[in-house]
Design a protein around this ligand. Sequence first.
Ligand SMILES: [Zn+2]
Ligand SMILES: [Zn+2]
Length: 275
Amino acid sequence: MASEYLRSSVHVHTKFCDGKNAPEELAVTAWKQGLATLGFSGHSHTPFDLEYCMTQSRTALYRAQVTKLKARYAGKLDILLGLEWDLYSDDDPAAYDYWIGSTHYLRGPKTGKYYEIDWREADLAACIADDFDGDGLAAAEQYFANVAAVAAKKPTILGHFDLIKKINAGNKFFDENDARYRQAAFAALMAAARSRCVLEVNTSGMARGFRQDLFPGEALLKEWLALSGNVVITADAHEKSGLTFGFEQAAAQLKALGYTKVQVLGKNGFVPCAL
Ligand SMILES: [Zn+2]
Ligand SMILES: [Zn+2]
């Protein structure tokens, strides 16, 4: 069916991590909106993270509630129990219906500290100053090495490929057009191609007002197309109103770049959908 990609939203956070709504509220919204598939992807437990991931006890509640909803909505809406797994998580992604592999942290090579790279400018600034000798591109290189490490684990979906640019609008910390940045990103893209990853085209930078572009940006999407890579459109929704935010715009951008299809995740795995 045309526009089937509008009926599957599989990068969704609940209040068990840093989302605003309970799973039940999201399920009702998805059903009323006419979605065929709703995939929950709570942030995996990550030992040092005190900010946005699920604690172990919340993970257990999350699993129980989503499992219950799955049964309650059977025949009306396919619900998937997923996980957004961080490179430094100690949870087992194989215990979920599917998983999104993501990099949210850099581990400082000098101090051993973990820095969140997508939220506070002060954190990224400290990371670059204290652990990368003030060289923002070196931090970006480390980030993309982490992305390549996640790709090698063959996640169902490789999450927000170039998240490191999220708070870098105006090239504040590093130049995204620098050859070093592009080479590091391309090396990670090659790793993703080797693992036959499905890359998500994530609209959340726009939804949350950080960026005017997608994760990944157009230059990377062009390279990915040249590598015959597959993509899935996601919202990285943190509230019920955003389940399919920007999907049509993302599809139009992909089409303009030459993509002819996107992948749509359902209960039986990915199905291609023509653009
Ligand atoms: Zn994420
Ligand atoms: Zn997310």
